[in-house]
Design a protein around this ligand. Structure first.
Ligand code: ASP
Length: 331
């Protein structure tokens, strides 16, 4: 196994103790989905629906006027960074974007994450952080007096993506309990898969994990699935799950997590969801993808009403508006 070993710097389980219900989220860091229970999810989703209605009717409000968010991205991002910026601006707040230029900032002079965070908190009311190292968001939160939101910590978690994924499932299909969810692709390195899987453990779902052998779901997450008593199975073949899936959650092979690029080349084109394959899928189901896609879903599927990935993107902004309002004490 040449893929870089995933070694957590801290124990996400500890965060469960910090779980709160209802609207007690003011000042809260959002580091892992394990901070959320069903009551809290319902609360965030209700706020996200209000945000959707507001955006569709008036476009913006001044709920977060006077608030400043720092978007600190040490890894590439298109959707997550721009949806946080859009979310903040639609709520009347301002953003310090350090999204494309980390290489031009003091980080390139050797500044530690702790010092960068302790500096940026002097200007801002919240910090959104994407960083290649598992546990980095927790580390930043330990140093920051303002809320830190994890926008992806290496191959660890991506909690705001999982919230928007679950919200999309709920809005598209009307419910979550009773659904058959199949996750396809790089389940080992895909942080969105890790977070969504953990979030789905709160529901009465059945899970199917479809990956090449070397990209199977990490054992610690599989153990959580088993401990939760969720019906689950692993397979290498999408054909095994396509007939029954209510949700087909497709992911990209995470090239940046491979120490050996030859190994990436071997598995990168393992799956492609094609119109032919979709003929076997249920009429009422959704295909989702956290994006970017690099060949996993054929473009001809984009016009299929079951293709929810761009609606998923839009939901991301509403969820992030709800989260920002909540942690800044305005929801
Ligand atoms: N955009 C998602 C992430 O940041 C998925 C991906 O990059 O494949 O994890």
């Amino acid at each position: 196994m040449v893929i870089e070993k995933l070694k957590p710097l801290f124990n996400y389980e500890e965060l469960q103790e910090k779980s709160v219900s209802g609207n007690g989220m003011a000042g809260m860091d959002i580091l892992s989905v394990q901070q959320f229970d069903r009551e809290m999810l319902a609360y965030i989703f209700a706020r996200a629906r209000e945000m959707r209605e507001m955006v569709q009717r008036v476009g913006e409000v001044d709920l977060l006027k006077g608030n400043v968010l720092t978007a600190l991205f040490y890894e590439p991002s298109t959707r997550t960074s721009s949806s946080f910026i859009a979310a903040m601006e639609r709520l009347g707040g301002a953003v310090i974007p350090i999204t494309q230029g980390v290489q031009f900032s003091s980080v390139s002079k050797g500044e530690t994450l702790a010092d960068t965070v302790r500096t940026l908190e002097q200007y801002s009311d919240a910090i959104v952080l994407r960083h290649p190292q598992i546990g980095s968001a927790k580390l930043a939160a330990d140093y920051s007096a303002v809320p830190v939101i994890n926008a992806g910590d290496g191959a660890g978690e991506h909690p705001t993506q999982a919230l928007l994924d679950l919200f999309t499932i709920r809005e598209e299909l009307g419910h979550v309990d009773g659904l058959r969810v199949a996750m396809v692709g790089d389940l080992r390195n895909g942080r969105t898969v890790h977070s969504l899987t953990k979030l789905l453990l709160h529901f009465d779902v059945s899970l199917r994990f479809v990956s090449p052998e070397i990209l199977r779901l990490p054992l610690n997450i599989m153990n959580q699935v088993i401990d939760a008593g969720i019906d689950s199975r692993e397979t290498h073949d999408v054909a095994d799950v396509i007939d029954n899936a209510d949700v087909l959650y497709v992911t990209r092979v995470q090239k940046e997590r491979f120490a050996d690029l030859a190994q990436y080349e071997e598995v990168k084109n393992h799956y492609e969801i094609t119109p032919d394959l979709m003929k076997r899928a249920k009429e009422k189901m959704v295909i989702m993808h956290p994006l970017p896609r690099v060949g996993e879903i054929h473009y001809a599927i984009d016009d299929d009403p079951r293709a929810a990935y761009f609606r998923q993107v839009q939901n991301g902004m509403y969820i992030r508006m709800a989260l920002l309002a909540a942690v800044l004490g305005r929801a």
